[in-house]
Design a protein around this ligand. Structure first.
Ligand code: HEM
Length: 464
């Protein structure tokens, strides 16, 4: 990054096309994004011109500015990709790495009547799962609980002490299993779909073929739910929005795979890392059962969606000290907004009760509709982990944990820990009493139906 110091308001009236933009992605950004945000804030103020892998954006860093765009009280900000001038004019390179994340046109990029109809469908379809008084809600909680225990059983098959990667062996597979459950796969394809989701989310060499298979599987699933509705998310969405075509539905299901399958795992990993590295205040908060408060605090310190996909104004508009031209894209940095002194100075660093005004779940007309579901799954995941293990400690210094290089997500690539199982049975802090299974050495469990995923998870033992 350029180190010459300019005052805030360096380029108040230049267009995004002519201004010198700062590359966002760097080794510094991967390891310490907060430092990069503070350098940008010092140099530009609340809104900075950035370059994301070859494409220019304004980045809103100030809490009031991010909130103003999220709220969109004057209705000038749009998430529709066609309202982004460079996209509409075909000036975004075909091989831009973020393209695949933006190209599937689902609710995140909807506005107007389409947005309203989709939000109603999501709210209706998610309600039974988010509401603990509903049979689906209770069943989902019990299932997540069982999956968490199964994953811990597999992880500890080698004995009561050892080491594990809590990201690959717990935080990532657990939410993928939730996707499988919520989407209502009826046969063994659920297992293959899970593995393909993993490949797509990792954006590895086989991700393009995996994405094709995934979209095809979601279209087949959508068609099956149209023919034979069940007690699952796609069937409830179709019931709430009968106008959805198979194509519309499979695009929305793709969005669900991302938010449920990835972001929940990111929040689980970030929460475990925070608990293992923070002072005793955070561990004590777990021991008195305040897991939700801890998750809220972690979500604020390290939001899984660090930066949100862009909005473009329909008219030239002032944001902070900058004039944004109509059609120019503005990314919103939730992570930087939370570090803005305007917001952060109101919080004591050791405060047990964190501010509810954080923007981790968004705000305004696009705010998150799955917050309760996400918090429920993360709460059960964290609870089972700290109940089943007497000892958990990082095998790396906290500042050497590997983070995923991503302009949007702040999540760990791996979370290596040393563990020691607790004696059993144990109480579950979500309120339920559970009988913990004995170790698999003395009581091997039957091979679960999800054999490909299980084979993959068991392969970690060979890598110790
Ligand atoms: C830790 C997990 C999650 C986090 C941090 C999160 C965060 C967010 C944020 C920040 C937004 C706003 C995006 C924007 O304004 O650009 C959003 C939107 C959304 N979230 Fe979540 N989310 C999570 C999990 C979920 C889950 C499990 C669901 C369930 C399906 C869900 C459903 C949605 C939907 C449907 C929207 C789009 C709303 C719209 O564009 O109108 N989210 N989420």
């Amino acid at each position: 990054m350029n180190t010459d110091r300019r005052t805030a308001n360096a380029y108040p009236s230049e267009s995004l096309e002519t201004v010198t933009a700062e590359p966002l992605m760097s080794r510094d950004y991967d390891s310490r994004p907060a430092l990069v945000f503070e350098q940008l804030r010092t140099k530009y103020g609340a809104v900075a011109p950035i370059d994301v892998l070859g494409v220019r954006f304004w980045l809103a860093l100030g809490y009031p500015e991010v909130l103003e765009v999220l709220r969109n009280q004057h209705g000038i900000w749009s998430k529709r990709l066609d309202d982004w001038q460079a996209w509409r004019e075909g000036r975004i390179p075909a091989d831009w790495p973020l393209r695949p994340a933006l190209e599937v046109n689902h609710i995140i990029f909807a506005e107007g009547e389409r947005l309203r109809a989709l939000r109603t469908a999501y709210a209706e379809a998610l309600r039974p799962f988010q509401d603990a008084s509903h049979v689906q809600g209770r069943r989902l909680r019990a299932t997540v609980h069982r999956y968490a225990d199964e994953l811990i059983d597999v992880m500890t098959e080698g004995g009561g002490t050892g080491w594990a990667d809590l990201s690959a062996q717990y935080a990532r597979p657990l939410p993928l299993m939730v996707v499988d459950e919520l989407l209502g796969f009826e046969d063994e394809t659920g297992d293959d779909v899970l593995m393909d989701m993993w490949r797509v989310l990792d954006a590895g060499p086989d991700s393009i073929a995996a994405l094709d298979r995934l979209l095809a599987a979601l279209a087949r699933l959508g068609a099956a739910k149209m023919a034979r509705p069940g007690d699952d998310l796609p069937s409830y969405m179709l019931a709430a929005h009968p106008g959805l075509t198979i194509d519309d539905l499979s695009r929305e299901l793709m969005m669900c795979v991302g938010v449920i399958g990835d972001y929940i795992g990111v929040l689980i990993g970030n929460t475990v890392a925070e608990v293992l590295t923070a002072g005793s205040g955070v561990r004590d908060s777990l021991s008195v059962g305040m897991i939700r408060e801890t998750i809220n605090r972690v979500a604020m310190l390290n939001p899984p969606m660090a930066n949100l996909t862009a909005r473009c104004p329909s008219v030239d508009t002032r944001l902070g000290e900058v004039t944004i031209r109509a059609g120019e894209p503005v990314m919103l940095s939730v992570a930087a907004a939370h570090a803005d002194p305007v917001f952060a100075d109101g919080l004591h660093p050791d405060a047990l009760y964190s501010s509810r005004a954080h923007l981790t779940w968004g705000a305004g007309p696009h705010d998150c509709l799955g917050r309760e579901l996400a918090t429920t799954v993360v709460t059960i995941a964290i609870s089972r982990l700290f109940e089943r293990f007497r000892g958990l400690s990082l095998t790396l210094p906290a500042d050497q944990l590997p983070w995923r290089p991503s302009p949007l997500i702040r999540g760990l690539r791996s979370l290596p820990v040393r563990y020691e199982l607790a004696p059993q049975p144990v109480a579950d802090r979500t309120g339920e009493r559970v009988q913990q299974s004995p170790s698999a050495e003395s009581d091997p469990r039957p091979e679960p139906a999800r054999s490909a995923l299980w084979r993959f998870l068991r392969s970690f033992r060979g890598q110790r």
